[in-house]
Design a protein around this ligand. Sequence first.
Ligand code: HEM
Length: 285
Amino acid sequence: MVEPIVVDEEYRKEIEMARRELGVFITNNKCAPLMLQFAWNDAATYDAKSRRGGPNGSIRLRIGQELKHEANKGLEKAVQYCEIVKTKLKLKKVSYANLYQDSNESPRTEGRFIDGEEDARNLRKIFSRMGLSDEQDIVALCGGHTLIRTMYPKVSMGETHKDRSKFEEGKSTNKPLKFDNSYFKELLIKDASFSRLPMDYALVEDPKFHHYVERYDEEIFFKEYAISHKKLSELGFNLNNLDQPKGPYAKLNQHKGLIGIGIASVVVTVILGYLLKRKKNQLKN
Ligand code: HEM
């Protein structure tokens, strides 16, 4: 029988505090694109077969290895932002040590990097490896690219395009800080003045992906993005099967799907809350 999960009250409070603080930080520093990409790249290491990797913040522990990979260009900044929040709040329970069980994972995550050059086949391969093989999840989540602004000359907080991107400078959307369905609309226009990643084109060219690109008016996109993002943030957690990886942090790992482990996994949920709130405000005004 599965024992009920008891979440330490102090731990829960710290997670809530971190969530609020990160929300404010992201708004003030206009760094939602960076943080969303950071959260995604961390989650995208998940391997459904071995149940290793995933949205657990372990990306931070592989500085010099994973973070130095070109696919993660400039994401050290996101780690620094998380550190700022962690230090400011003087978090005791939510510790990076929570994540150490994944810290010696780097050899296993080799080959799980993404670089934007992927075609439709590779996109399916990446998401299937993560256990997200449904086309709806793939296209909805890739809608996160509505926030891409790495291609702009100035990205955020003094960074330049070169600090964040290996791709040509250009514009990838008309409104890079606005979370809406314009990514899909602009993909369909096929306007050559937009800079696109090969994976972006794959979404319009593959007939099954195309179906979702066309279908995504703002309402449907938001609804389905929220569902898929929740799945993303819970990768590796199954309440009915707590046979989680063993080791000193196994207990903490069990809480993962409920409140998230460590700051970086909080980022995933904060981002979603932030984006949805932003959207609501936009509709009000
Ligand atoms: C397999 C799928 C994906 C690939 C291959 C991919 C690849 C990339 C690449 C290469 C960049 C950097 C572009 C540049 O250098 O200018 C990027 C940026 C970004 N990605 Fe993805 N991505 C994928 C899926 C996603 C998903 C699912 C999300 C969100 C849930 C996401 C969110 C972002 C964001 C927000 C940025 C912009 C960061 C910024 O402008 O600061 N990506 N992606």
